[in-house]
Design a protein around this ligand. Structure first.
Ligand code: GTP
Ligand code: MG
Length: 196
């Protein structure tokens, strides 16, 4: 999959205000600061397209990017961020849940998790929730430039073990570094096949 164009379309607080659901779309989701916005920028090779920050809680709305004038990538706010008020967290949770459940042209989600950490309760709960709702997903381990290859392998294994306690069929797991532009090609190929 070659990215020819990537443009920001709109930032919405409600999926019903998102662009008309005419093009198919894929979403990026995961805990705050895991690297969702950075990965989108690296995948489409456009620094600064999605806003990133060293501080968690940067993305607070549903952000649509039109790729190759024919499909959407969606950058979502992170879950599990303790730095905002409980009521905002609740609002974000509701906003993301409604988007995931009701956005009719959404056909795939990438759930990002930090490769350095043990599987976190909030990640497992979220992945299980997607599974229960039968929403197709893949897992993306991020920031692999911060650990060794051996540790990346162990991290994948830990995730597979945790998920197989609950699921017979495991999702695909990608490993990436947005910083060092590693692991992008397999995701782009996957998306290319999926939107055909
Ligand atoms: P929220 O919008 O707050 O939910 O965060 P996010 O998941 O969009 O994370 P964002 O892309 O803003 O990145 C958070 C921080 O992690 C930034 O300081 C990025 O530079 C850093 N970061 C993201 N990806 C990588 C990576 O692959 N490697 C390294 N070393 N740092 C990364
Ligand atoms: Mg973000």
């Amino acid at each position: 999959m070659v990215i020819q164009s990537a443009e920001f379309v709109i930032s919405s607080t409600d999926y019903r205000k998102a662009p008309p659901p005419k093009e198919r779309e894929l979403a990026f989701i995961g805990r705050s600061n895991v690297g969702k916005s950075s990965l989108i920028n690296s995948l489409v090779n456009r620094k600064g397209l999605a806003k990133t920050s060293t501080k968690p809680g940067k993305t607070q709305t549903i952000n649509h990017f039109l790729i190759n004038k024919s499909w959407f990538l969606v950058d979502l706010p992170g879950y599990g961020y303790a730095g905002v008020s409980r009521s905002s967290r609740y609002q974000w949770g509701k906003m993301i849940e409604a988007y995931l459940l009701h956005r009719e042209n959404l056909f795939f989600s990438f759930v990002l998790v930090d490769a350095r950490h043990e599987p976190q309760r909030s990640d497992l709960d979220f992945i299980n929730w997607l599974g229960e709702k039968q929403l197709p997903m893949a897992i993306v381990l991020t920031k692999i430039d911060k650990i060794s290859k051996v540790q990346v392998g162990k991290s994948m294994q830990r995730f597979e073990e945790k998920l197989s306690e609950r699921w017979e069929e495991l999702p695909i797991i990608f490993v990436t570094s947005a910083e060092k532009k590693q692991g992008l090609e397999p995701i782009l190929d996957f998306i290319g096949k999926a939107i055909q």
